[in-house]
Design a protein around this ligand. Structure first.
Ligand code: PFF
Length: 485
């Protein structure tokens, strides 16, 4: 039996991962998701590629990785889910527990809309297998996305299916549900990605795509774009809301947290770059535009699939990949919310998962009804309420033209506010709030990277808070590096 497969002993009756590999796959599964395959390529496209990617890599290494180690450390040390973990490592009723609460709230908010987007990916698997995209014009494919996302009933139907599968996996528990699911989903995902990548290497657009992603040209990048790279590093690594605290709490106290965190961050980054090297060659080969925005995956890609040989098969494989990636992330979101009720309220797993899962399902319904076309005179009342009316209402807060529909608002609040604030709190807590001795022992135990300890603490103390504060001030409009551009 290799070192990777040795089951750790259970401590204090808490269920632990069956193996180190199981933890790595589950945590990497949480990290790798819609953020990597849907969002990263389109924000890279919008920000002109090259330099944006370089800054993103720096954010992962200097901000994301130190926070990931901090989160896994908190979870493994406390052997409790976030709210209890902050209390256990400081004092009962300590205000630090607020960060844990923010995480539980974040899980509800993110999963409620994440599942709707994942549901669209499920519908696109269905479409690829049944009718395919060939024979459709680009306009028809654009209209198709509008009619899928814009239909409250189609979006709700797939949202219910996706939440149902997520609930079923999390009900199975840590080893038999989440770990087993990750062991199937992650290799399948990597396999499909590599196949698609090898296929894309044969396309004529591959060279252009490679230059676009990897040569550091600065033409389109703004300071706002650089800060977006930082914000995205939280979302993509599942940081700032306790997902890694929760998963870390199922680790044995002897587990090495530094090298596992490095492995998870590398896997997540490789998948994000692979996603670019799949999407952009396809888009460039058919003369498409990289800066297409959020429709890149659901519109530009099907347009490409409709024009290329074997497009039906490749299209189906791609959307299956997207669903798998979303599923391994959604199970971690549901686990964060459920673990609170299991650990702190002593509910059974079944009761906790069903309660949180069904609540999140209901909370997602307005998102599913929020993407209708405002110009459509027959738009159902619910779509009007959660779409255009919501946008108008939020314009009063965010300013003219900056309103959000329900789904957009939840995405905006979670990725721009909840995760960075949570990440800041976690960095400050580990840097200043926990005992130095426990922190040092935690970092060094079983790690070959013990000598990096002070580097890690310094990043948490100085670089991480400054970087996050810059993002927050930029969002509020106090820090305006792009003014006058
Ligand atoms: N990391 C996931 C992605 O990139 O799609 C999203 C996510 C999952 C964010 C879990 C936060 C989280 F706790």
């Amino acid at each position: 039996m290799s070192e990777l497969e040795t089951p750790p002993p259970a401590e204090g009756g808490r269920t632990h991962w069956n193996s180190r590999l199981g933890f790595i796959l589950a945590a990497a599964g949480s990290a790798v998701g819609l953020g990597n395959i849907w969002k990263f390529p389109y924000i890279t496209g919008e920000n002109g590629g090259g330099l944006f990617v370089l800054i993103y890599l720096a954010c992962i290494a200097l901000v994301g990785l130190p926070i990931m180690i901090a989160e896994v450390f908190i979870g493994r040390e406390a052997q409790r889910s976030p709210v209890g973990a902050f209390q256990a490592l400081s004092k009962p009723r300590s205000p630090w527990a607020g960060i844990g609460w923010l995480g539980v709230l974040g899980a509800f908010v993110i999963l409620s809309y994440y599942s709707v987007v994942a549901g669209w990916a499920m519908h696109y698997v269905w479409l690829s297998v049944t009718e395919g995209f060939s024979g459709k014009t680009p306009d028809e494919i654009g209209a198709l996305f509008g009619s899928v996302a814009g239909s409250g009933s189609i979006s709700t139907g797939w949202h219910v299916v996706f939440m149902g599968v997520t609930i079923a996996i999390v009900l199975g528990g840590i080893q038999k549900g989440i770990e087993r699911g990750a062991k199937i989903l992650m290799p399948a995902l990597l396999g499909i990605m590599l196949l698609l990548f090898f296929y894309c290497m044969t396309l004529e657009g591959f060279g252009d795509a490679f230059r676009f992603v990897f040569s550091p040209h600065a033409d389109k990048l703004t300071a706002g774009g650089a800060l977006e790279a930082l914000g995205h590093s939280f979302f993509t690594l599942s940081l700032g809301m306790g997902a890694m605290i929760t998963y870390g709490s199922y680790l044995s106290k002897k587990a090495d947290i530094v090298s596992t965190s490095i492995t998870i961050s590398i896997l997540d980054t490789v998948v994000a770059l692979l996603a670019c090297m799949i999407l952009f060659p396809i888009v460039f080969s058919v003369g498409g535009e990289p800066g297409e925005g959020p429709g890149l995956v659901f519109i530009a890609l099907p347009v490409a699939f409709s024009q290329m040989a074997g497009g039906a098969f490749i299209g189906a494989a791609f959307f299956v990949l997207l669903v798998f990636a979303a599923l391994s992330s959604s199970i971690s979101l549901l686990e964060v919310a459920s673990a609170y009720f299991i650990d702190e309220r002593k509910w059974s797993r079944k009761k906790a998962v069903l309660f949180t899962g069904i609540s999140i399902l209901l909370l997602g319904i307005p998102s599913a009804w929020s993407q209708g076309n405002a110009e459509n005179p027959d738009l159902p009342g619910a779509s009007r309420l959660f779409g255009p009316s919501m946008k108008k209402l939020t314009e009063k807060v965010f300013g003219e033209g900056k309103g959000h529909d329900w789904l957009g608002l939840f995405d905006y609040l979670s990725s721009n506010w909840m995760l960075p604030i949570g990440g800041l709190g976690i960095a400050l807590f580990v840097a200043w709030g926990v005992g130095g001795e426990a922190r040092e022992r935690g970092f060094k135990s079983g790690s070959k990277f013990a000598s990096l300890y002070w580097g890690w603490v310094s990043l948490l103390r100085y670089i991480v808070p400054v970087a996050i504060l810059a993002v927050i001030l930029y969002k509020i409009g106090i820090f305006t590096p792009d003014a006058g551009k």
